[in-house]
Structures are given as C-alpha cells and as structure tokens.
Design a protein around this ligand. Structure first.
Ligand SMILES: *Cc1c(COP(=O)(O)O)cnc(C)c1O
Length: 428
C-alpha cells in the first residue's frame, strides 16, 4: 500500500516515508491511496481469531511485507487487552483504557513507537521526538517510547495547566523521556515544537520527529478495536457506534474500518461544546475557533486536524458523510449528569470523555432497545479522580500503573516559553 497527501493525490509515499515525515510537505495529511475491501475469507476466520491475529490481518492490507516486521510489532505494541462490558441487552462499553497510560491513545502511540524505534536501529539513526501535550498524549507517547533504543523523547507541557494526576504521569516516566515544564500555555508548547521543526540548525544537528496524533502510524491501530467490538457482540443486527471526539482521529479509525466492510450502521461523533465538526455538518463550513476548557479536556480541540482526512475519505461529499455520521454537542452539566446516571443504572463508572459518548447516544438514538450500541470508552475514570463526587470517588479502583506514578517524585526541566532557551536546551 502506498500513501498520498490529502492535498496532492498524484505523489505516492511508502508507509515508512509517511511515518517519518509525519505530515506531507504540502501541509496535507497522509492517507492510504485506497481503502481495501475485506473479502469473504477474512470474515470466515474472523470470529475465531485473537485481537492480535485480526490486527495483523488488517494491518497487512496497509503495510507491505518487506517494509517492516509487522508480526513482531503487533506482538510488542498491543500487549494489553481490549475489553467489552455489556451494560444491558443493547448497550456495550468498549474499554480502550487498559494500556500503560490508561487511555486509548496507547494503541497508536505504542504502534508508532515500535515502528519508529525498529527503523532507527536498522538505520543506525538517533531520533529526538518532540511532543506538545495538554495531558493525555504526552504520557501515552512517553510510556510507549520508554527505553526504546536510539530514541529520545521531550514532552512539552504547560506549567500548572494539566491535572495533578496527568502531571504525575508525564513527569515520572524517566529513562530516555524528559518532561519539559514550559512557563506558558499549551499553544506556547505547540509553537515551540513548530519553531524547532522549522529551524535549519536544529534540523541539521538533530533528527527531529513528531509523534503527533496526525501521524499515520497512530491512526491505523485505531481501526483495530472496532473490529474487536463487532467480534465480541456479533455481526447480526443494527450496530451503532458512539465515539467521543476531539481531533477526530479515533473517529477516523472507525470510518476506515467501516469503509473496509465492518458492519456498523451509524456512527455518532460525540463532541463537547468544542463542536466545530457539528457546525461543519450543519452548515458545510469548517470554521476553526479557539478551544474552551471543559471536563472532557482531551476533546477540547478548536481545529480538528482529521476532518481533512474524513472529507477525503468521503470524496468531498458532505451528504455521504451525513448519511453515516451524526454529530452532537454535550455540555459539562450533561456530562456530569450522565456519569451519575450510568453509575446509578449500571453501577459502572465512566470518565468524562466517555460520558460525552453515552450522553450523545441517548440524545441521538431513541430506539436503543432495537439496536446494539457500542460506546468507545476512551480513558480510565481514575485519571480524572478529582472531578467526581465523593460517592463515586469511593468506588473508583486506582489501577496499578497510576499508583506507581503517584508514588514517584516529579522530575521536570523548567523552561521559559522563549524559543532561544528551548533551542539551546535541545542542542545541550
Ligand atoms: C484524545 C482523546 C479523545 C479524543 O480523541 P480524538 O482522536 O482526538 O478525536 C477522547 N477521549 C480521550 C480520553 C482522549 O485522550
């Protein structure tokens, strides 16, 4: 499979080229040249396969045999389970948060780390990975690259603007992963990363790479767990999927799966009040705007990157997009209400992002008891411990991986938000 830019369909790139470049030179995003269709053979074996076996089968369509050692990478990257919890006859929670950083981003980050580190070793090249993070991405990427040979990771986060637990997760990874505490905002962190990539001297002296969520190697693994969901609930009946959405990457994974032939009838893109995608669906116009902070902070995105990929996937035809996808916008008040409702009805605690997914499902689907509805549960509730009322806090079990980081001492390098300081730090 070759890859093309969403902005230039004539020039083709190999998978590894697309991964190491991250973003196309024309500013577009890499997409597979075409979306492969699954044949009958695939479905015959499907039900008996493990997650990793299906993962390998699907990824093989997108990555050529001779490019990377796919079986070893699948084995290494997906070393934690995908679980599905049946809440009642019609509603399922697809738990994507059993990885090292307790959010679905572990799938993409670990896959990218496996691919890139093997490539770095094979080519005897050292890479420095720069990541600006507002919380979840940093710990997923940092954990994924921990102890990978020939790779150094610098996580830039805004001082005082990530939650206490998120900061603990970011600053206690150690090894080849350094947390840079920037005296500024998330936008300052992103600006520093962009300036570094644009700086000639830095580019000459350091091999800088991004582990940004738009990287194609972070997108492809996000197709896989939707197949796992369908495997576990069965292919028959009408399946509806609700995906808590920010940058629309997770949604994009689901859409590629459906284009391949995954039998899902409708997809709900669940948004918080940062609902630029919702506006696009109703007006046909994409108007980025400044993100406002919400309880589901990983979804506070004012300019969703992956919309460009979605538009490309549907041949620029908004009516085709509207046929499959419904968008909804949920307030913080509704988010909290839904957390309580799910706890009361099912004795099940969900994170605020997942709550946006459930709230959107209830808002958009009136005949739930005639469908099979799957909500993508994107993070473990313990990551957001402080937002819950006492009676819910009491029942949240803190996972081992979080306990470990909570007990460790915070380690960070404090930097001002000026580029010169950052540059001389990188050049050491
Ligand atoms: C990143 C994130 C999202 C949003 O996913 P996108 O792929 O950016 O749409 C939702 N929930 C959680 C917990 C996240 O970390």
């Amino acid at each position: 499979m070759n890859y093309i830019s969403t902005r230039n369909i004539t020039e083709e790139f190999s998978f590894i080229e697309a991964v190491t470049k991250g973003i196309a030179d024309d500013g577009g995003l890499f997409v597979p040249k075409h979306i492969p269709k699954l044949n009958e053979n695939f479905w015959e074996n499907f039900e008996k396969q493990s997650f990793k076996e299906t993962a390998y089968e699907i990824l093989r369509y997108f990555i050529d045999h001779d490019e990377i050692e796919l079986d070893g990478i699948v084995e290494e990257a997906f070393n934690f389970p995908v679980e599905i919890k049946k809440l009642n006859e019609n509603i399922y929670s697809l738990e994507l948060f059993h990885g090292p950083s307790l959010a679905f981003k572990d799938f993409g980050a670990r896959f990218l780390a496996s691919v890139l580190s093997r490539y770095a070793v094979k080519n005897r090249t050292k890479y420095t990975i720069l990541v600006a993070t507002s919380g979840d991405t940093g710990s997923a990427v940092g954990q994924a690259f921990l102890n990978k040979e020939n790779i150094e990771v610098k996580l830039l986060y805004p001082a005082g603007k990530v939650s206490e637990l998120q900061e603990k997760q970011l600053t206690t990874i150690g090894g080849n992963v350094t947390a840079l505490e920037i005296d500024g905002t998330f936008d300052d962190c992103q600006r520093l990363v962009k300036q570094a990539f644009a700086d000639g001297e830095l580019r000459r002296r350091k091999n800088l790479t991004s582990a940004n969520s738009i990287n194609i190697a972070r997108l492809l693994p996000q197709i896989l767990y939707y197949f796992e969901a369908v495997k576990k609930i069965g292919r028959e009946g009408e399946i509806i999927l609700s995906v808590p959405s920010g940058n629309l990457g997770n949604l994009c994974g689901a859409l590629i799966g459906i284009k391949m032939g995954l039998p899902v009838h409708r997809v709900i893109s669940a948004l918080n009040v940062n609902d630029v995608f919702n506006e696009y669906m109703s007006t046909g116009k994409f108007t980025p705007r400044r993100a406002v902070p919400t309880l589901s902070n990983a979804m506070d995105v004012g300019a969703p990157n992956n919309l460009e990929r979605i538009i490309h996937l549907f041949d620029n035809d908004i009516d085709l997009i509207r046929k499959l996808i419904k968008t909804t916008s949920i307030s913080d008040e509704q988010t909290l209400e839904t957390i309580r409702k799910i706890k009361d009805e099912f004795n099940y605690v969900i994170c605020p992002h997942t709550a946006v997914g459930f709230a959107s499902l209830f808002k958009e689907v009136t005949d739930i008891n005639e469908k099979k509805c799957v909500v993508a549960s994107t993070a473990h509730p313990a990551k957001f411990y402080n937002i819950y009322p006492e009676e819910i806090k009491r029942v949240i079990k803190i996972p081992e991986q979080l306990k470990i980081s909570m007990e460790k001492e915070k380690q960070s390098v404090k930097l001002s938000s000026g580029f010169d300081v950052f540059k001389s730090y990188l050049l050491g």
